[in-house]
Design a binder for this molecule. Structure first.
Ligand code: HEC
Ligand code: HEC
Length: 290
């Protein structure tokens, strides 16, 4: 019987659909939870006086790892990489803490990766570059999370950051092959420095756009809620976004419906068969026809 064969095929199909959905769910979760950078990369010792030793250590590291692209005086005279003078230590700190620098080849796209240097060495390099010309974006200040407002941070994030980074901070593709990176695993210092410097396609938020206390609210939201989502609506599905979540809902739901349909269909058929072999009761539809 064709119908029976169809029903037999339904079971493995339903099982595959449900397994695939659970797979999506698990992959989304591990992707979202794998930090792009180590969380302990915050610059806690920002207030320490810039000693000569640190600057000369930064000089040595820069000559070894950066000068062949940015030039020995970080002025971009090589023509391969931009002038770094005057950008400020916060910009250098951000580009090294995210792992964007150093590039392997000048034409490579900067990507999030494990930082190549320890926080102390990043600070040394940033301090040497900053010693060449004052100004620019400073190191992120120490942020008083006690004073920051999570609810305000949420609405400010929704308004200013979610259009690119998505409301769950999972990141999203932008136009022209650019990509807003996920914000899982970023530190308070990275959020501050990114907002104040506006790397690449990200807009720069001056203290007139976002006041210092508003930025602290956003930082609290990013480092506390996005890192540790509470998911009040139920299971978070790794915060991979509405499209993936819709698919999971669809496939798990459809898989469950198929299984249910099979179970119901199987029972009706058995009852029909019993009706035929028996005395043909009036309640069976075939009985009514005859
Ligand atoms: C292989 C070449 C290369 C090496 C090595 C390299 N950079 Fe870069 N760097 C670039 C290029 C190219 C850009 C421009 C990237 C872009 O905007 O897409 C850049 C951009 C930057 C920026 C951002 C500049 C801006 O205008 O915002 C900083 C900061 C930076 N590099 C610091 C460093 C430091 C510090 C090192 C050494 C640890 C380093 N780079 C090593 C090629 C390099
Ligand atoms: C127009 C889109 C856009 C908006 C709006 C935006 N960003 Fe970004 N953001 C980006 C892009 C693109 C990058 C990657 C830049 C790069 O690779 O140099 C980025 C990078 C970052 C990073 C570095 C993350 C990492 O690990 O690489 C942080 C932190 C960040 N943004 C926070 C914010 C915050 C906070 C706001 C809101 C105040 C915000 N962004 C608004 C596009 C955006």
């Amino acid at each position: 019987m064709g119908l029976r064969l169809l029903r037999i095929l339904l079971i493995p199909f339903a099982a595959v659909v449900m397994a695939a959905s659970i797979g999506i769910l698990v992959i989304g979760r591990t992707r979202a939870s794998s930090p792009t950078t180590t969380p302990q990369m915050s610059l806690t010792a920002l207030g320490t006086p810039s000693t000569k030793a640190q600057i000369s250590q930064g000089y040595t590291l820069f000559q070894q790892h950066c000068s062949f692209c940015h030039g020995t005086q970080a002025d971009g005279t090589t023509g391969i990489a931009p002038n770094l003078q005057g950008l400020g230590p916060g910009v250098v700190d951000l580009w090294l803490s995210t792992g964007w620098m150093p590039l392997k080849t000048p034409s490579a796209q900067p990507e999030n990766k494990q930082p190549s240097f320890s926080p102390a060495h990043i600070r040394d390099i940033a301090m040497w570059v900053a010693s060449l010309r004052p100004g620019g974006v400073p190191f992120a200040p120490t942020i008083d999370m006690q004073q920051a407002d999570l609810a305000k941070g949420f609405s400010l994030f929704t308004l200013n950051c979610a259009p690119c980074h998505t409301i769950t901070g999972a990141g999203d593709a932008l136009t022209q092959g650019y990509h807003a990176p996920p914000l899982h695993g970023v530190t308070a210092a990275m959020v501050w420095e990114a907002a104040r410097s506006g790397p690449q396609n990200m807009p720069q938020f001056s203290p007139r756009n976002i006041t210092p206390s508003q930025l602290n609210d956003i930082i609290k939201y990013v480092t506390q809620r996005i890192e540790h989502p509470t998911n009040p609506g139920g299971i978070g599905l790794g915060g991979v976004g509405p499209v993936a979540e819709g698919f999971v809902g669809l496939f798990v739901g459809v898989g469950a419906c198929l299984l249910g349909a099979y179970w119901v269909g199987d029972r009706t058929e058995r009852e029909e068969e019993e009706g035929h072999s028996g005395h043909g009761s009036d309640s069976s539809p075939e009985g009514a026809h005859a």
